[in-house]
Design a binder for this molecule. Sequence first.
Ligand SMILES: C[S@@+](CC[C@H](N)C(=O)[O-])C[C@H]1O[C@@H](n2cnc3c(N)ncnc32)[C@H](O)[C@@H]1O
Length: 333
Amino acid sequence: MNALLFERQVWFATGPLVIEEEAPETMEDFIYHRPVLVTEAVELLAPKPGALVVDATLGGGGHTEAILRSGADVLALDQDPDAIAYATDRLADFGGRVTLRQANFREATRVLDELGVAQIGGALLDLGVSSRQLENAQRGFSVMRGGPLDMRMDPRRELTAATVVNTYSEEELTRIFREYGEEPAARRIASHLVKWRKSSPFTETMQLAKAVEKIVWRHGRRHPATQVFQALRMEVNDELGALEEGLRALTGRLESGARIAVITFHSLEDRIVKNFFRELSREWLDEPNWPEPKRNPAFALRLITPKPIDPSEIEQRLNPRSRSAKLRVAEKL
Ligand SMILES: C[S@@+](CC[C@H](N)C(=O)[O-])C[C@H]1O[C@@H](n2cnc3c(N)ncnc32)[C@H](O)[C@@H]1O
């Protein structure tokens, strides 16, 4: 059966681009993770045939497969060994064109050095968690599934969500709930958790979800602990710290004309990417107290997407998780 195709036109700095989207045929396609903005990301990465692209967030391998099909080779990283195991099977037909490594993308420089790769022909980061991670109760990411309060994407790391909830000070918890979770009741939640953990430390997801339910009322369809869970996940995996380091490491290795594409799902992540691209794409710096503008020593990028690309309406309808996604792309000078 032929897949249904939808067409839409998107404007980029380089001109209009007509994008064809394939409607899914079976739910089998989504078992591990349904990738977001695949067509847009690969079109804008525009890797040269035979170039080596780093997919820094392998997940279920959807983006990696699309990049391989475009003709480039891929070095794919993921800090979660489960993603590596799954994608090893899925991508077996591509043989030596794809290399998989369990690693945090903040260590991209070390991995590339180990493999003897000096420069790369593109890089992709598709941030956050995969559906598989969310849906596996034993990983502890989901507010709806009973399991240990864990949330580590890399099980070799020590810090778990339980350690954060049971040992961080009220001030620290307030900060992460407010900053990472954008939770208006951050202080109230932190103060109750600190009180309650004295008699019974938090070890299970449902225990924490129910505790937060007692503190804040449910508004809308989201569980009241959703933002607290998101904040804990970002803290446990140091997601923003890893993003800053990963962007520098990968951009530093791009060859001239190669592109970096980043898909974010959180306003703080998007701000980091926006500021990073802006900082490196400004040729001249000026301050009111300088006699004249100075050349920016970090100048290294050209913006391909002055404004972030959102998923199409069709994609948002087919995959509600894509609604908060934003894609930004830049090119090495
Ligand atoms: C949204 S999923 C990626 C989905 C993937 N693009 C696909 O097509 O299936 C994000 C993945 O990135 C991984 N990840 C998140 N932060 C990471 C980091 N700092 N280093 C390496 N992998 C990371 C997660 O373990 C997860 O598997």
